[in-house]
Design a protein around this ligand. Structure first.
Ligand code: XBP
Length: 266
């Protein structure tokens, strides 16, 4: 197990985007003439389901079951989701979204160290582009050897498909990679593909069960803003850098004959 790649989740991990998603969903619902409004508390519950279209359907099932008989419901949801995606991109472009502490530094250090980079997310590709346009610049997408999103893996996290797709593109076993995730669904998706995972807890994932993760940190940390260890490691503040990630990976016990088994750590 030698660290060869870092695989990043997007929403909540690269940046605190879920609150912007929530507002974009609400605006799309209101533009569609509906008085449905997702509060932060309600959105926290709905986040149990990955994927915007799946989330809209879950909400309809739970709150407006009469709507389920609507003709062409799947098409209606897809259109609403398309509108939400446009609204989200405009909000990201207009707003002041920032990458979370340590994200840009770790990406740059990983490149310098010759590690591969990848993205494994259930969000739509348009959302990744919007986020990069507003932060690192679109050209930074070329730094990533594999970008797995909703279009590559329609079965959303906790399903492991997106990780399996990324591993195939990287031509690496999961045990030579570390995933950075912020949710329980992300931990299940990564470990289900044999990828050890580090959690940086986010606004909406606070209090989730991260069993199976290498460790849970407040964020990736910076030299002048060290992370706090929330679980799984000695409580020594620091910042995540390639050398430290490689040492953590070496300390993990993963069955040698599997790239798809659950990682029994944490
Ligand atoms: C987060 C998600 C996404 C976003 C919304 O994915 O579950 O559904 O909330 O994006 P991840 P879409 O943590 O894997 O990045 O509306 O495009 O689905």
């Amino acid at each position: 197990m030698t660290l060869k790649a870092i695989i990043f989740d997007v929403d909540g991990t690269l940046a605190e985007t879920e609150e912007i998603h929530r507002k974009a969903f609400n605006r799309a619902l209101s533009d569609a003439g509906l008085d449905w409004c997702w509060s932060r508390e309600r959105y926290r519950e709905l986040l149990a389901i990955s994927g915007g279209k799946e989330r809209i359907r879950l909400y309809i099932e739970e709150e407006h079951p009469d709507f389920l008989t609507r003709e062409n419901l799947a098409d209606w949801i897809a259109r609403l989701h398309q509108d939400k995606t446009k609204i989200y991109a405009d909000m990201i472009a207009a707003g002041e979204i920032e990458l979370r502490p340590g994200v840009e530094r770790l990406i740059r250090e990983a490149r310098q160290a010759g590690l591969k980079l990848a993205i494994a997310t259930t969000t739509s590709t348009a959302n990744i582009i919007a986020l990069f346009d507003a932060t690192l610049g679109r050209e930074a997408l070329d730094w990533f050897d594999a970008i797995g999103a909703a279009e590559q893996a329609p079965n959303k996290k906790p399903d492991s498909s997106v990780y399996l797709w990324v591993l195939e593109k990287l031509a690496l076993p999961g045990s030579d990679c570390v995933a950075i995730e912020d949710t329980r669904n992300g931990v299940l998706a990564a470990t289900g593909a044999g990828v050890p995972v580090l959690v940086t807890q986010s606004f909406y994932s606070e209090g989730e069960d991260f069993t199976g993760a290498l460790a849970v940190l407040s964020d990736l940390g910076e030299p002048d803003h060290p992370y706090r260890v929330l679980a799984g490691l000695e409580n020594t503040p620091g910042w995540v850098e390639p050398g430290r990630l490689a040492r953590w990976l070496e300390s993990v016990e993963i069955p040698a004959d599997t790239t798809t088994g659950k990682v029994e750590v944490g």
